[in-house]
Design a protein. Structure first.
Length: 75
């Protein structure tokens, strides 16, 4: 029989998912920019924009998930 996950295991898994989403969203804009023969500052700007977009995305998903799991932010 499978035992339930501990709080530490759940937190670790959630952290890995958040980092994975952040990496995917951060890397995507510079990779798309490479299709247009960009300069190094343009690639860096795309990576920075992707990182900020990734942070917003992870924050939004965290807020959305807390509504369904009964997190502490629920009104």
């Amino acid at each position: 029989m499978v035992e339930p996950m501990t709080r530490e295991e759940r937190d670790s898994g959630n952290r890995k998912i958040k980092v994975g989403f952040l990496l995917i969203v951060t890397v995507s804009p510079p990779m798309m920019a490479l299709l247009g023969d960009p300069t190094l500052p343009q690639v860096a700007a795309a990576a920075g924009g992707g990182f900020l977009l990734g942070l917003a995305f992870v924050w939004y998903l965290g807020r959305l998930a807390s509504e369904f799991t009964g997190g502490s932010r629920r009104p």
